[in-house]
Structures are given as C-alpha cells and as structure tokens.
Write a protein that binds this ligand. Sequence first.
Ligand code: CP
Length: 342
Amino acid sequence: MVDLYMKDLITTQEWTMDEIEEALRVAARYKQIGRAGREFPPVLKNKNFFMVFFAPSTRTRGAFEAGATLLGGHGVYVDVSTTRLGAGEAVKDVAKMYDIYAHGIGVRLLDKVIDFKYGTGNPVIREFARVAKKPVINMADDMFHPTQALGDIMVMREKLKRLQGKKFVVMWAYASKIRGPCSIHADLLIASRFGMDVVLAHPPGFELDPKIMGWVRENAKESGGSFEIVNDYKEALKGAHAVFPRSWHTWQLGQVGLSQFGLERELEIHRKYRDWMLTQELVDDLMEPGAIVTHVLPVFRGEEATDEVMDGPNSVIYEQAEDNLYAKMAVMALTMSGDPGV
Ligand code: CP
C-alpha cells in the first residue's frame, strides 16, 4: 500500500519505485479522463496549492494551476517579486505563513534568480520543506525538476513500451542562452531507475554534478540498466531509442555564478560546439527506426534542434507536455489529498 499523503517531492530520488509507479498510475488514469472529456474526481475540493515562483515559467505554472482547478481545488500563484521576500523577509517566515494558508506548497527557484550558481537554489526549497508540515513540491530548482521527470518517463513508456534496455541519449545541444541542468538531472535520475541504457553526451567542460552522476550510476546498477558519459554525440545517437537535446551551462560557470564567470566568456565556449544540434538527418541516419525525440521545453529552435525535428514524426514534445499536466495533478492529489479518486 503506497501512501504519499503529506509527503514532499524534492527529487524523485527520494521517492521509492512503488511511489513513482503509483504517481504514474494515477497520471495515466487522469489522462484517460482528460482525453475522454469526463469530469475529474474533485479530490482537491476546498484545497489550495500555493505556487511560489522566484523564477518564470510557461508550462509548470500553467499545468499546476490548471491541474488544481480540474481536481476541484485552487492554485494560488505567488510571484515572489510582488511579495516581501525580495525586501528581506525570511524564507522561514513565508514558509510558515503559507503552511497555514495552503494544503500544499510548490516552489521554483533557479537560473537568473540565483545567478546560475549551482547548489544555491535547492537549499531554499529544502528550507520550505523543513518548516512547512504540508507537502512541498519542487517545481524546478538548480538541481532537480521531479514532476518534469514523472511526465517525461510517462511519455517515454507510452511510446517505447518496455523501457528496460532501451537506449536514451541526453545530449548537450548548442544554445545562445544560459540554462541550468535541473531537467537533465531529472531525466537521468528517473530513466536510470527504469532500466534504460542511459548515455549522456556533452562536450568537454559541460560536466555535471559528480554526486548526481554517482546516483545515476547506482540507479542503473540496481535497475539492470547502464550509464555512460561520452563526448561524441554522433557516437551516442547510434542505435538510440530516445534523445533529449538540450543546452546547459559549463561546470565552471556553475561554481562561481554567471556574473563572475561572464556571459560572453560562457557563450564563446558554447559557440565552439555550434554543430551540437539535433537534425532530422541525425535522427534518420543514426537512431533506431521509430525513435522518439523528447524535450522538456522551451526548446531553442534552430539551435538545440531544427524545426524539422521538433515538428517532425519522431517528436513527442506536445504529448510530453500533456503528460506533465497529468503527472503534476497526480502528485498534488496523492500528496495533498491522499486519495486520488481513481
Ligand atoms: N519544462 C518546464 O519546466 O517549462 P517551464 O519552465 O515553462 O515551466
């Protein structure tokens, strides 16, 4: 019996496989209901989900807010720039107040607001979780994006069926913008728990947190999958069943922050790897027939991948975004209500 009532979700690594499977089961049932146009069980009736956004969002806010409404509850959008937090109010006090008002609290804190300094966002979310008794859901920080991971593994399993032994390439891709690695970590962590043969491809200098890479390696060992890191994206793509092409900043930048490292210095390194772009030719020539192209979005079209790929037959990006709605609904229902009604 899986009981997720009042449980935080900071990273999927802290949920058991049974808990993850329960979230995916509920998400799949909600997807059936959503696609059939039926009414969702009102399991969040009279419940508020406070969504504390230190950083912007297109999808995550939309999905949590819409999802809360669909389940009979309410998503309260808190743009931190309009609160007293920016004027020095303590996180502890805000967490305490919202814990009184809310039945669940989501927090997003990453990228520009932490100057891309790796490891400084996640402790703030953990502070919310320490203070609040209600479930705290990580809506993306500098290290993790757990609800994204659930939606991503859901779409991969729907499309590839059995995930054990399927090759999943997480490919660094060129972009003229700076982005943190939370979605990369999220997908590496979850795919390795489902027995996938995970390959991380990036140019030198774009190494990721060795502690998290250790977890991915351990996950793979436990699940019967594998994990490899390579510096050649074409080699990585050979025989792959799924690919996620996305940019992230250099390891060095993450250690000191963007203002100290310098935007131009970082972009100069990115430009050396301008050819790290997913094209339809690469998909057709190197990947398995029927392979899928995933992306958490936003994607930088013409940089990370071509329009042809993103709009092409292998792309599953919109269904992935759809699954992310249902995964977030499942997480809210299970942690805030205990009974998902399905
Ligand atoms: N994938 C994702 O988290 O998108 P947003 O940044 O738009 O929320």
